[in-house]
Design a protein around this ligand. Structure first.
Ligand code: DQA
Length: 147
């Protein structure tokens, strides 16, 4: 099966961006770990980081035709704003797991609302780069059950 990982805006800056909030791991570090573990489990892997909302919408739409079985997404700031990305995920009806490095619920009130959580299979947040590892564990368990 194929796993698609989507990273939203400013996550390209991980490692240098507010390290006290987001940690020191770079996005390349995180993706390398996710890729290696997904391939080792016998699945296909693709990952995209973009600062552009429409690129995420287009990639999610394309996922319907490319065999993606599951999406792992950190929508970043779009978590709290994007009806368009939410609608794309609903349209393709591919199950997804929502991930955040920080715990948005212990941050500013505007981060307490997610346009994604009520559609997600599950949400993992607050564990820094480990949030992605835990989400991948959940994703691999699900893919193991997939055809
Ligand atoms: C984030 C949390 C969001 O509130 C924020 O806008 C981000 C990153 C996280 O991973 O903790 O850019 O999604």
């Amino acid at each position: 099966a194929k796993l698609l990982v989507l990273h939203g805006p400013n996550l390209n800056l991980l490692g240098t961006r507010e390290p006290e909030v987001y940690g020191r791991a770079t996005l390349a570090d995180i993706d390398a770990d996710l890729r290696a573990r997904t391939l080792a489990a016998g699945h296909d892997f693709d990952s995209v980081q973009t600062n552009a909302e429409h690129v995420l919408v287009d990639r999610i739409q394309a996922a319907r035709g490319d065999g993606t079985a599951l999406i792992l997404i950190n929508p970043a700031a779009f978590t709290h704003t994007s009806v368009a990305i939410r609608d794309a995920l609903a349209a393709v009806a591919i199950p997804f797991i929502e991930v955040h490095l920080s715990n948005p619920h212990r941050r500013e009130p505007f981060r307490h609302t997610s346009y994604f959580s009520d559609l997600a299979v599950g949400v993992i947040c607050g564990f820094g780069a480990d949030s992605y590892r835990y989400a991948l564990d959940a994703a691999l368990a699900r893919l193991a059950d997939a055809p």
